[in-house]
Design a protein around this ligand. Sequence first.
Ligand code: NI
Length: 175
Amino acid sequence: MAILDVLPYPNPFLRVRAEPVESFDDALRTIVNDMEETMADRDGIGLAATQVGLGIRLLLLSPYAFEREEGEGKPNYVVINPEVIWESEEREMGEEGCLSFPGVYISVERPLQVRVRAFNQDGDPYELEGEGLGARAILHEIDHLNGVVMIDHVSHLQRSRALKKHQKNQKALAR
Ligand code: NI
């Protein structure tokens, strides 16, 4: 197992559209394990493969996103080749963070509920539903697989504020 580097914005890889996973093999299992270790190390509730420089449609979601403290100790959701099959018309604003923008939080409007069809790491299909933070986390991570990041969802002004904060944080981290 290994902890992977999480690419900070504006790494060009964060703009790549990831390709579907085709082989559910040991190599994939290793990637999933490494990403799980990386997400735990960074205290994230979600991580997309594109954030660690892999152009495949794979993301992880922590059970915390769906169950809060109740989810502690439960396995992560391994979400492969996800497809949104339904989202609610009702939307809500909520605070969002991202491991590619450490320390930056912005308000983003997202559907309140979402249903996704995906495959687990054994290649078995399943459906996953999220509401509130769960829906937000699913959609945020699917965005990453399409080269979209959270600042793409906000106004020009909010975007420049977030980027300013991000640049300041990145400078502090580099010191
Ligand atoms: Ni993110």
